[in-house]
Design a protein around this ligand. Structure first.
Ligand code: NAP
Length: 282
C-alpha cells in the first residue's frame, strides 16, 4: 500500500485521483489543491481519500504527482521539498520537460528523487469538474530519463502510471520537448493564428457565416486554456522556435509550388500528407 499525494486537482490531477481510487488498490490518495472549494469537490467526486491545503502534508507521501499549471510546478516543488520523507519520489505532469526536469533534479533533497512525466491526453476544458477516471486509457504517458534518473524511482512511478491505463514511453527531456513541439505546440500556434487570420480579415463576417466542420476541426485546439498554451510556448521556446522554422519552410515550399502552378507537385505533397495521416489515425 502506498501513500500518493496529488498537488493540484484539476483535469489531470483529478483524473489521476479518480482512477487510483476507483481501482481500489488500497493506496491512499491525498489531494492538495489551491482552493477549499476544489478540495470539497474532489472529496464529493471520490477523487481523493483525504485533502488538505497544507503542503507540508506531503511528508506522508511515498509518491507525489505535481499537477499544477506549468509555471507553478517548480515553485510548488520548492515549497514541498523540505517536507519529503527519505525515499520519496516526485513526478509531474507538465506539458514541457527540459526546464522543469533540470531545475527539479537540482532541487531534490538527498535521498529523494524526481522523475518527469507528461500524459499525452488533453481536452479543451480544465478543472476537476471535467476530470475522468478513464482519461488516460490507451493514451501515451511519457516519463523522462536523464543521467541523474534513479532507475528504482522511475520504475516506481511507472508502476503507478501503468495503473492509470496508458502506454508508458521513456524519453530524454530534450527529445520530449521536440516531440511535443511538433505534435502539440506548433499545431496550437497554427490553429490559433488561423483563427486570428479569419478574425482580422476584411471578409470576417462572411467567413464566420460559412465556416463549417473543416475549419472547426482544424482549429479545435485553439479553444484550449490560453494560460496552458502561453506556458507551453514560454517554457518550450527553443523546440517551438526550431519547429516553427521548419514549418515555415514547409509552407514556403507549398507557396512556391502554388506560385509556379505545379499541379503535379502540389498533388504529390497532399498525397504524402494524406498517406501519413491515414496511417497515424486509420
Ligand atoms: P487545471 O484543470 O486548470 O488544474 C490545475 C489545478 O492546479 C487546479 O486544481 C488548481 O487548483 C491547481 N492549482 C493552481 N494553483 C495552484 C497552487 N498554487 N497550488 C496547488 N494547486 C494549484 O489544469 P490541468 O489541465 O489539469 O493541467 C495541469 C497540468 O497538466 C499542467 O502542468 C499541464 O501542462 C499538464 N497537462 C495538461 C493537459 C491538458 O490538456 N489540460 C494535458 C497534459 C498535461 P484550484 O482548482 O483550487 O484553482
Amino acid at each position: 500500500m502506498k501513500n500518493i499525494a496529488i498537488i493540484g486537482l484539476g483535469l489531470i490531477g483529478g483524473s489521476i485521483g479518480l482512477k487510483l481510487k476507483g481501482l481500489g488498490t488500497g493506496d491512499r490518495v491525498l489531494g492538495i489543491p489551491r482552493r477549499e472549494e476544489t478540495l470539497k469537490k474532489a472529496l464529493e467526486m471520490g477523487a481523493i481519500d483525504e485533502g488538505s491545503l497544507d503542503i507540508s502534508r506531503v511528508a506522508e507521501a511515498d509518491i507525489v504527482f505535481l499537477c499544477t499549471p506549468i509555471n507553478l510546478i517548480i515553485p510548488r516543488l520548492k515549497e514541498l521539498a523540505p517536507h519529503l520523507k527519505k525515499g520519496a519520489v516526485v513526478s509531474d505532469v507538465g506539458s514541457t520537460k527540459t526546464e522543469i526536469v533540470s531545475q527539479a533534479e537540482k532541487l531534490m533533497p538527498k535521498g529523494t528523487y524526481f522523475v518527469g512525466g507528461h500524459p499525452m491526453a488533453g481536452k479543451e476544458q480544465t478543472g476537476i469538474e471535467v476530470a475522468e477516471a478513464d482519461f488516460f486509457k490507451d493514451k501515451v504517458w511519457i516519463l523522462t530519463e536523464t543521467s541523474r534518473t534513479r532507475q528504482k524511482a522511475l520504475e516506481e512511478v511507472e508502476e503507478v502510471v501503468r495503473l492509470l491505463g496508458p502506454k508508458v514511453v521513456r524519453m530524454d527531456p530534450k527529445t520530449h520537448d521536440l516531440v511535443v513541439a511538433g505534435i502539440s505546440h506548433v499545431p496550437l500556434a497554427v490553429a490559433a493564428m488561423l483563427v486570428n487570420l479569419v478574425a482580422d480579415s476584411e471578409q470576417k463576417e462572411q467567413m464566420s457565416q460559412c465556416a463549417s466542420s473543416g475549419f472547426r476541426d482544424t482549429t479545435r485546439v485553439a479553444s484550449g486554456d490560453p494560460v496552458l498554451g502561453r506556458d507551453m510556448f514560454v517554457t518550450n521556446r527553443v523546440a517551438v522556435l526550431k519547429t516553427l522554422k521548419n514549418f515555415r519552410a514547409k509552407l514556403l515550399e507549398l507557396e512556391k509550388l502554388i506560385k509556379a502552378g505545379d499541379a503535379a507537385a502540389i498533388e504529390k505533397e497532399l498525397k504524402s500528407a494524406k498517406e501519413f495521416r491515414d496511417k497515424l489515425f486509420g
